[in-house]
Write a new protein. Structure first.
Length: 167
């Protein structure tokens, strides 16, 4: 997980985005992703984590439905040379439960791990390259989301540079 210092100072923060703008950003970001990569997605219930992941996976070329792994914990997508593993750990009671998913066996040089609720798997997950914190924010136009990106590796830093250029 990111340190408390990282939590206080995001590497990059967006203005408030409506859902359409957030989806468009995720789809554009997909073109910049390269395995291996671990992305943590954090935020309250309804913050837009799954919506963001759906847009990423579709932006990577998945033509079908992208369902939430809330009940199955893990969804797997083969996208050419990249393997995408989407985990939702909301229902995990203990990080030790992740052993049964075999994440260490699934995660390799061609995998992109997208992990919602990573704090519930603390100590059992690989270190993130990038963390994304989604927070509800209000504007005159209505409710939107502020996205805060935290880079934890060189790959994360490069992604933040790419995102900044997209904004």
């Amino acid at each position: 997980m990111a340190s408390g210092e990282d939590r206080q100072r995001p590497t990059l923060e967006t203005e408030v985005l409506d859902e359409a703008a957030m989806i468009a950003l995720a789809a554009r970001l997909a073109t910049e992703l390269a395995a291996p990569l671990v992305v943590f997605l954090e935020g309250d219930l309804g913050a837009g984590k799954t919506t963001f992941v759906r847009a990423l996976i579709q932006g990577l070329g998945h033509p079908g439905r992208v369902k939430s792994p809330t009940y199955g914990l893990l969804e797997h997508y083969e996208l050419g040379a990249m393997e995408v593993l989407h985990l939702d750990l909301y229902r995990i009671g203990d990080p030790g439960e992740l052993e049964y998913l075999g994440i260490s066996d699934l995660h390799d040089e061609r995998s992109l791990l997208l992990i919602e609720w990573p704090e519930r798997g603390e100590g059992a997950l690989p270190a993130p390259d990038l963390s994304l914190r989604l927070q509800e924010a209000f504007t005159k136009q209505g409710v939107g989301r502020r996205l805060s990106f935290y880079a934890h590796s060189n790959s994360g830093i490069e992604l933040c540079r790419s995102i900044k250029a997209m904004l």
